[in-house]
Design a protein. Structure first.
Length: 88
């Protein structure tokens, strides 16, 4: 059972929208030079950003992942599948 932090109660919504202060998004980074070279890497990326994986009904929710809002997920998926270079 979670606790309120800074007067924000823990809930699915407060975690998903980032209001809960100790919630953090999950990121992983891929070196584009490895794409097409390391067997299975592109498939792994595609699997991870599939709605059946990280969507609201995806299997990662069974493991405790709280999915980001749909517009955020679709942006992540587009960037990941399109091999968008990280801008610093």
């Amino acid at each position: 059972k979670g606790s309120s932090i800074n007067n924000t109660a823990i809930s699915f919504e407060s975690i998903a929208n980032g209001d809960y202060p100790v919630s953090r998004p999950l990121y992983f980074y891929v070196k584009n030079a490895h794409r097409g070279v390391i067997d299975g890497l592109d498939g792994f990326i595609a699997e991870f950003v599939d709605e059946d994986t990280f969507g609201e009904e995806g299997y990662l929710t069974d493991k405790g992942l709280i999915p980001s809002p749909e517009d955020v997920r679709s942006g992540f998926a587009e960037d990941a599948l399109g091999a968008v270079k990280l801008a610093l």
